[in-house]
Write a protein that binds this ligand. Structure first.
Ligand SMILES: C[S@@+](CC[C@H](N)C(=O)[O-])C[C@H]1O[C@@H](n2cnc3c(N)ncnc32)[C@H](O)[C@@H]1O
Length: 258
């Protein structure tokens, strides 16, 4: 299966789950954490890259002129359009496309943002280049995503479990790697902040509808690490009121296009 087909296959299954209000990606504190660093203005044209159901698009929409949301998965777009209608949002439009080749002219947008999708790309450097291309000079290019440890073994292990859970996962970059990609495209990172986010293991595996045998394998690895000091998964698991949890590390990295 081609990677793009794998993405569509996985997100077709996940689309309805993106409406859940308790989804980590829907949590107001993390959305505000992003909004406070974005240069949103009433006349701004914003591109949301791999926008999914447009959770971030709808959060930005009240502050800007328009948001264009691009995604490759039909079902994510359909779910997003349904939610736009439900919320009465009228300044978001969707385009179905592969973000490796954005269907826009150079210098079209004031802000170009991508949240939680770089870890699905086979060529993230190419996508960042596309984001920079369609951004206006002095506009803002922003990436928000999960990041891996700089430590090679933890990097490998953590991405291994993410790929087991969702085969469309490629890899979460290390912070230095992501900053380097901005530099490759002539952009100097002006915002680089990380947060540690508590994730409920069961909800995380339910969203992706991970097959039960694989689910057990991942849960067992986490429990082994917790209970017996077993091999480190890179996920920093812990128990909270008997619920199995782990820590995800998120970054927001942003630059002004020269
Ligand atoms: C984890 S979801 C995140 C959605 C959204 N950005 C958010 O933060 O809620 C990842 C999205 O990336 C999309 N995606 C992955 N690779 C893509 C590609 N090459 N082109 C367009 N969309 C892609 C998937 O279809 C999916 O909707």
């Amino acid at each position: 299966m081609q990677h793009q087909q794998r993405i569509q296959h996985e997100f077709k299954k996940q689309a309805a789950g993106f409406a859940q209000s308790d989804l980590t990606l829907n949590r107001g504190e993390y959305i505000n954490w992003i909004l406070t660093s974005l240069q949103l203005r009433p006349d701004a044209r914003v591109l949301d890259v791999a926008a999914g159901t447009g959770i971030l698009s709808r959060a930005m929409a009240p502050y800007v002129h328009e948001v264009i949301a691009v995604d490759i998965t039909e079902e994510m777009i359909q779910e997003g359009m349904r939610q736009n209608e439900q919320s009465g949002t009228t300044n978001i439009s969707y385009r179905q496309a592969d973000v490796a080749s954005l269907p826009f002219d150079e210098g079209t947008f004031d802000v170009v943002v991508c949240r939680f999708a770089f870890h699905h790309f086979t060529d993230p450097v190419l996508v960042l280049g596309e984001m920079a291309r369609v951004c206006k000079p002095s506009g803002q290019v922003a990436v928000v995503d999960m990041i891996s440890s700089e430590e090679p073994q933890l990097y490998e292990r953590y991405n291994h479990y993410e790929r087991l859970r969702d085969p469309s996962h490629t890899f979460c970059p290390r912070p230095t790697e992501l900053a380097g990609w901005f530099a490759e495209h002539g952009m100097q990172v002006s915002v680089a902040e990380h947060v540690r986010v508590d994730v409920n293991v069961a909800a995380w595996l339910t969203l992706t509808q991970t097959p039960s045998n694989v689910r057990s394998q991942i849960e067992q690895a986490i429990r082994n690490e917790l209970a017996h000091g077993g091999p480190v998964t890179g996920m920093e698991p812990f128990q909270q009121d008997d619920v199995l949890m782990f820590k995800q590390h998120w970054t927001k990295m942003m630059a002004v296009k020269p």
